[in-house]
Every structure is written in structure tokens, then in C-alpha cells.
Design a binder for this molecule. Structure first.
Ligand SMILES: NC(=O)c1ccc[n+]([C@@H]2O[C@H](COP(=O)([O-])OP(=O)(O)OC[C@H]3O[C@@H](n4cnc5c(N)ncnc54)[C@H](O)[C@@H]3O)[C@@H](O)[C@H]2O)c1
Length: 398
């Protein structure tokens, strides 16, 4: 572990949609929460698309762009690295970085296959570096606050968790056949956005024990091949030739948590008009709470208030009373927002707090083992769907 005040040198592998979010996070990491972290050197952004990498390095203030992830592995001055490329590449890059003694913050889902994810969890067990996963929604002030309500017993015994992640990024049938549409069942909407809502469900309400009633569907089975680079969910020039979509656009399932709590889940990437619809309700005998990422600066909270006349859900507006907010935004006033970009800054800060072993760190990042669990749950959902909705147990949480 780095313990001195020597700068921590960071690099980002991948300059696409989420890579830039990591880059912005590292750039801001010493502006939030005041002192505590050593200086951060923005060493490099690596992308096989050199033009994109150079543009990101310039815009986010990194010293240089590198043309390959291998160049990051080979640079002895780099201490900590975000892996922000397509999921199939996570394992080989993580293995090489860990072997080179570098700390790793890998994007979700952990890997392109369960086999790779298991190998990465094994790698973590023998690693002498930080191995973290980018479950960025854990850093939402509203979601973290709801978790605190649940853990403090303020909702009473939980009765239902209902979560969804409804997106519209794949509604256009002329959208290019990018890496997101490749891989088997479970690697589509379930892996891409379902992994977030499954992680949040366990983060808020505890471990899932079994899933059942799963159903997967694909609304757009063929997509045009891209003619060049595709960034994130963006449109891109496409050819007249079409290729198969290999994974699901939509999925739903129910879950039973280890506590006995029942959960319902649905995810889609083909839901019109929903750019980033992660939302959930958690209900209990004595209260309830609800969050919707389309209204990220608030959540709903309801409990048995003494005055019956004015009972009802309260809109809790994010402010310094919520996790991350105090010291985490430049204008520390309620109602000024809590954006997706902030999540990445808090996540980068938490990761580097771990790397530098600082006193009084931010809450630790999800581990490779945590993210393997998410993939095991997704695998159980796929098995349930193949078995006509049969119940499938999930390996117990460690
Ligand atoms: N936490 C979140 O909210 C969030 C959001 C979006 C994406 N993600 C995750 O981030 C990862 C990347 O997703 P994205 O949407 O940014 O993808 P993207 O397609 O926009 O970007 C990926 C980049 O990787 C580059 N690349 C491909 N092969 C490479 C190689 N061999 N060496 C170096 N660079 C290479 C591509 O040129 C591209 O620029 C995925 O794992 C995804 O699931 C997380």
C-alpha cells in the first residue's frame, strides 16, 4: 500500500462513455472532502482508438494518451488504474495489472463470462493490491441514505423490494451492433444495467438467496454493423449488413433474499423515453422509501408520523444531511443536485483512499468477490428463464 504523501499516479484504460467519467472523477478527487489524500498525478488515458484517447487526455488534463492497455501495464510510474473497456477485456487487463503490482478499479459487470469473473475473484484472494469494482450508484447520496434508514430499522421489518433499471438506449433498430449486443444470455440488459440494480438491492436490503420466474426477451434481434468506432450508446455510421444480437434487451424476475424478503426486478434497454431509469421502492411494516435516478437529488420517505392529518410521503431533498453531500459538492446547499458525475468522483476518492490507506476513508468500494456475486445472480436468472421460470438458488454470500 502507498502510505507516504508521494503522489499517486493514476491511469484510465478506455476513453469511451464511462472512461471519461472515471477521468473526470480522478481530476476532482482532491477537490472534494478536503485534505487526506496524497496529490494525484493524472498520468495517462489509454484507448485503442488513439484519437479518442488523445482527446480525452487533453480534455481531462491527463499527461498523455497511450495506444494500448499493455502500455499502461508496462509503465512503472503508474500506481492505480481504472479498467473501463468492454467486459470481455476486464479479466486479461486485471490479471496483467495485478501482476504488475498496480491497484485496480474495474468497471461492472466484473467480466464477460462467469468463468472469467470466478478467475478474477480468485486473483483478488491472492492479490497484494486493491481490487475494486465500479458500482457507482452506491455513491448516490439518496441511495446511501435509504440504506442507512433500512440498516437503522426505520422501515421496520422489510416486506418488499421492487427494483428496475429501464433504459431506452437500444430502442433504435438502426443503432450499431456494438460490443454491448454480443455475448450470451445475461450479458445484455441484465449485465449492463441489471448488474447495478441487483448490486443496489443487496447493498440496501441484504443478500439474495434465490431467484425465480425469470423471463428474457429480445425486441430487436438484428442490428447493422458499425462502419467505425462506437462510443457508449451513441449513434454511429452503419453498414447495410446486419448481425445477430446475442443477448437480451429485456428481463424480469423475482427474488427471495436470505432474510425472507421478497423482491421483484425488471430491466430493459428498449423502453422508450427512459434514458437512465434506475429506480426502486423498499417497503416495510413501519415505513417505506423510494428512489428514482431521473430525480437524483431527492428520495421519498414515509413513516408513521404522529400527526395523522399530515401523514404521507416526504420528498427528502439531497443536502448536507445525506451521505457524500457535505464536502462533496462545491455549493453545499440542499437542492443543488447530486449528479452521476458526482458518483464517479466519490467512487474515485473512495478507491484512492483505499490505495493510499488514508485515515478516515470513504466507504470502501465493492470487491471482485461482491461483483462475482452479482454475476452468479444473473446466471441464476438465466437458468431460471431456461427452466421456464423455475427457482434457482444463488451461492450463499461469503
Ligand atoms: N458504472 C457505470 O455507470 C457505467 C456506465 C457505462 C459503462 N460502464 C461500464 O464501463 C465499461 C466501458 O463501457 P463504455 O460504455 O464506456 O464503453 P465504450 O464502448 O464507450 O468505450 C470503450 C472504449 O474501449 C476502447 N477499447 C476497446 N478495445 C480496447 C483495447 N484493446 N485497448 C484499449 N482500449 C480499447 C474502445 O476504443 C472504446 O473507446 C463497461 O464495462 C461498462 O459496463 C459503467
Amino acid at each position: 500500500m502507498t502510505t507516504s504523501a508521494k503522489p499517486v499516479s493514476v491511469a484510465v484504460i478506455g476513453a469511451g462513455m464511462a472512461g471519461r467519467s472515471h477521468a473526470a472523477g480522478y481530476r476532482n478527487v482532491n477537490t472534494v472532502f478536503g485534505a487526506g489524500l496524497p496529490p494525484v498525478r493524472l498520468a495517462a488515458i489509454a484507448d485503442a482508438n488513439v484519437v479518442l484517447g488523445e482527446d480525452a487526455a487533453r480534455r481531462y488534463g491527463f499527461e498523455k494518451a497511450l495506444p494500448s492497455w499493455e502500455a499502461v501495464v508496462e509503465d512503472p510510474t503508474i500506481d492505480a488504474v481504472s479498467i473501463v473497456v468492454g467486459n470481455d477485456l476486464h479479466r486479461p487487463i486485471a490479471e496483467a495489472l495485478v501482476a504488475a503490482g498496480k491497484h485496480v478499479l474495474c468497471e461492472k459487470p466484473l467480466a464477460g463470462s462467469l468463468e472469467d469473473a470466478r478467475a478474477m475473484a480468485e486473483l483478488e484472494r491472492g492479490a497484494d493490491v486493491v481490487t475494486a469494482v465500479g458500482y457507482s450508484f452506491r455513491r448516490s447520496p439518496g441511495i446511501a441514505a435509504i440504506r442507512e434508514h433500512v440498516r437503522a430499522g426505520e422501515l421496520g421489518d422489510l416486506t418488499l423490494f421492487s427494483g428496475r433499471y429501464w433504459c431506452d438506449y437500444a430502442t433504435d433498430p438502426n443503432g450499431p451492433l456494438a460490443w454491448r449486443f454480443k455475448g450470451g444470455p445475461g450479458s445484455g440488459a441484465l449485465g449492463d444495467v441489471g448488474s447495478h440494480v441487483i448490486d443496489i438491492a443487496e447493498y440496501v436490503a441484504g443478500p439474495i438467496a434465490a431467484v425465480s420466474g425469470a423471463s428474457l426477451s429480445t425486441q430487436i434481434p438484428k442490428r447493422p454493423l458499425p462502419l467505425g468506432a462506437v462510443v457508449g450508446h451513441n449513434a454511429a455510421p452503419v453498414s447495410d449488413e446486419f448481425g445477430e444480437v446475442e443477448n437480451e434487451d429485456t428481463a424480469s424476475f423475482t427474488a427471495r433474499f436470505e432474510s425472507g424478503l421478497v423482491g421483484t426486478f425488471s430491466v430493459t434497454r428498449t423502453g422508450f423515453g427512459l434514458p437512465n431509469g434506475l429506480a426502486f421502492d423498499v417497503l416495510g411494516l413501519g415505513g417505506r422509501a423510494a428512489f428514482d435516478q431521473h430525480r437524483p437529488a431527492e428520495y421519498l420517505f414515509d413513516d408513521a408520523q404522529p400527526e395523522v392529518r399530515t401523514r404521507g410521503a416526504r420528498q427528502v431533498i439531497a443536502g448536507p444531511q445525506l451521505p457524500y453531500f457535505a464536502g462533496g459538492v462545491p455549493m453545499e446547499a440542499p437542492g443543488v443536485g447530486a449528479s452521476n458525475a458526482d458518483h464517479f468522483t466519490y467512487q474515485a476518492r473512495a478507491f484512492l483512499d483505499q490505495v493510499a490507506s488514508v485515515a478516515d476513508p470513504q466507504p470502501v468500494c465493492a470487491t471482485f468477490a461482491n461483483a462475482l456475486r452479482t454475476m452468479e445472480i444473473i446466471q441464476a436468472v438465466v437458468q431460471s428463464s431456461l427452466g421456464g421460470g423455475a427457482a434457482v438458488t444463488v451461492p450463499p454470500a461469503a
